[in-house]
Write a protein that binds this ligand. Structure first.
Ligand SMILES: NC(=O)C1=CN([C@@H]2O[C@H](COP(=O)(O)OP(=O)(O)OC[C@H]3O[C@@H](n4cnc5c(N)ncnc54)[C@H](O)[C@@H]3O)[C@@H](O)[C@H]2O)[C@@H](O)CC1
Ligand SMILES: [K+]
Length: 542
């Protein structure tokens, strides 16, 4: 049983769900003003940790490094508070008051004439304390950092007029900005920029993760995101999102529980999964090697690799433990047909991973594996071939598990009539999975994985270091190995896909930490997969 914190950190909500949860809490008797006090108190505490007040002597040294890049002030820290008309603005005003009492110099920007009642009361009190309130954003230009309380999940239309101009202006100042709940201007569900948006340094997401913060298009606005947990009762979350949230954030604890560890004491290689990889061509031999090294890291019991005959020696030299199946070649050097060893057919394998480096000339073999009853991962050229075959009609005929791992371009070729993944990735991937009955993994900075039943996992951490040729091949191999090992276990396929996505990105992050973002070529990535599992924090969860 997961603890509360673990469960809460997995949940991802839409604005409508958050509104419903909030209403249940208020209906149960929690006063709105009390909740705002609690939440804003937690925010003020975190801000105090991140940007300490230099005016307080004892903290001078503690915060020096943080301030070094923008202002080393011997005097009181100046904080600008951006106040919107709703309760996001109310939160910001409570923070303003708290920081004021901790000795910060506080300046408020509020240019809205109509405020919600609670927000108006907090503004009145702040002004009564002598905190200056301006209607011109330029008055805040000398602040050391800003708190963005313009809009939270109540933003419902495009930003225009004075408020859009103010946001554009303050973004130019390049000051640290902490956004409360969401960077103002982002759509809570899709992360789309509604006209313009605050470019935050930090986002303190309140209570539960909002779906928009986990979308690729939001990332350059969100900065470092963290969850401020204010003790929303789990019962209220479950009542609104159901027992299993429809969108979930991948967390280490959940993925590590799906790994095939520990192994049973008595076992043998075929019991630990037999993966057939079909990949490579004379033109793209490397793709086969990288996929195989990804599979190797998964710990799969037995690995068979079907490649064009001419690639056999090079594969043997890289993977002495694997069974290399040399296949007849087309004139262009692609696999012409699958030629398995005697007494072996596709039913000998627990899973098949097919695609990297195949070229489009390997159509026949892709058709053959799609027609099989084996769990199947299709990637790269196999996806392009599938698109030509007609994605939805072809996959609807399959009875066994299929996993598709497209990037955005491949996704659009596979699903030309689906919602644009550039606009709303969650919607697109969910629709694709529903229509194909496949598990679909849409690659990106925030990889999204959908099951045919409508569950979407989002991988919340990654690194641009992985934007590099071959890193997708590694993922396909890793995923294939995990899927083969899970064949006899009762683990949902989408959970295994989520595990592979998380493991792969964590390897990229670890490699980038040690070697910079330029040092994570696909081969290096394969070498870091195992290192992820030996990190003390990860080990303790295994
Ligand atoms: N959900 C919860 O449990 C809690 C929510 N709190 C805060 O409350 C926020 C939500 O508050 P609200 O529902 O008041 O919503 P917001 O504060 O996000 O903003 C809504 C207000 O902005 C106006 N508005 C919306 N779009 C606009 C646009 N494009 N241009 C100009 N005005 C626009 C609306 O008319 C409304 O007055 C959260 O984000 C969070 O900061 C916290 O105070 C406490 C706990
Ligand atoms: K905000």
């Amino acid at each position: 049983m997961q603890n509360r914190q673990e469960q809460i950190s997995q949940v991802v909500v839409t604005s409508e769900q958050m509104r419903d949860i909030e209403e249940r809490i208020f209906a149960a008797g929690m006063p709105v003003a009390a909740l705002m006090e609690k939440v804003a108190g937690l925010i003020a505490h975190r801000i105090h940790e991140i940007y300490p007040n230099f005016g307080q002597k004892q903290e001078k040294d503690a915060g020096k490094e943080l301030f070094a890049s923008w202002r080393v002030s011997p005097i009181t820290t100046r904080v600008g508070i951006l106040v919107g008309p709703g309760h996001n603005g109310g939160d910001a005003l409570v923070v303003a008051r708290e920081l004021y009492f901790r000795g910060y110099e506080v300046w408020i920007y509020c240019a809205f004439s109509k405020l919600k009642e609670l927000t108006a009361q907090h503004l009145q009190y702040a002004q009564s304390l002598g905190i200056p309130c301006y209607q011109e954003i330029s008055q805040l230009q000398d602040c050391d950092f800003l708190i963005d309380g313009l809009f939270g999940f109540g933003l419902e239309r495009m930003l225009t007029d004075f408020i859009a101009a103010a946001i554009d202006r303050l973004n130019e100042w390049n000051k640290p900005i902490i956004s409360i709940d969401l960077p103002s201007g982002l759509h809570t569900d899709t992360g789309e920029v509604l006209g313009t948006a605050i470019r935050a340094t930090h986002t303190f997401c309140l209570g539960l993760w909002k779906s928009g913060l986990l979308q690729d298009q939001a990332l350059e606005y969100v900065g470092k995101a963290e969850l401020i947990d204010f003790d929303i009762p789990l019962a209220d979350v479950q009542a609104v999102v159901g027992d299993t949230s429809k969108i979930k954030r991948i967390t280490p604890a959940t993925v590590l529980s799906t790994l095939p560890l520990p192994r049973p004491q008595v076992t043998h290689k075929y019991k630990e999964g037999h993966l057939l990889m079909i990949c490579g061509s004379r033109r793209y031999a490397g793709g086969a090697i990288l996929t195989a090294l990804g599979a190797r890291a998964s710990g799969v019991g037995m690995l068979s690799i079907a490649v064009p005959e001419s690639l056999k020696p090079i594969l043997v030299s890289h993977l002495p433990e694997a069974l290399i199946v040399g296949c007849p070649e087309t004139q262009t050097g692609a696999i012409a047909q699958l030629q398995l060893p005697e007494k072996t057919d596709l039913s000998s394998f627990h899973a098949i991973a097919c695609g990297p480096g195949l070229t489009k000339d390997a159509t026949a073999i892709v058709q053959e594996v799609i027609a099989s009853d084996r769990p199947l991962i299709l990637d790269a050229d196999a996806l392009n071939i599938l698109a030509q075959m007609g994605t939805i009609a072809t996959l609807q005929k399959r009875q066994a598990t299929t996993v598709l791992t497209p990037h955005t371009g491949e996704f659009q070729r596979l699903f030309p009539d689906m919602p644009d993944p550039k606009h709303d990735r969650v919607l697109a991937v969910r629709e694709a999975a529903a229509q194909t009955r496949a598990v679909v993994l849409l690659k990106g900075a925030r990889t999204a994985i959908a099951s045919p039943q409508g569950l979407v996992w989002i991988n919340p951490e990654s690194t641009p270091a992985l934007a590099r040729g071959g890193s997708g091949d590694v993922l396909t191999g890793l995923l294939g190995g995990l899927l083969a090992q899970a064949a006899t276990k009762q683990i949902a396929v989408e959970d295994i896909v989520a595990t592979a996505a998380w493991w792969h990105s964590q390897a990229g992050i670890l490699a980038a930490q040690e070697r910079t973002e330029l040092g994570v070529d696909a081969f290096t990535l394969t070498q870091y997969l195992m290192k992820v599992l030996s990190k003390p924090k990860v080990k303790s969860l295994l």
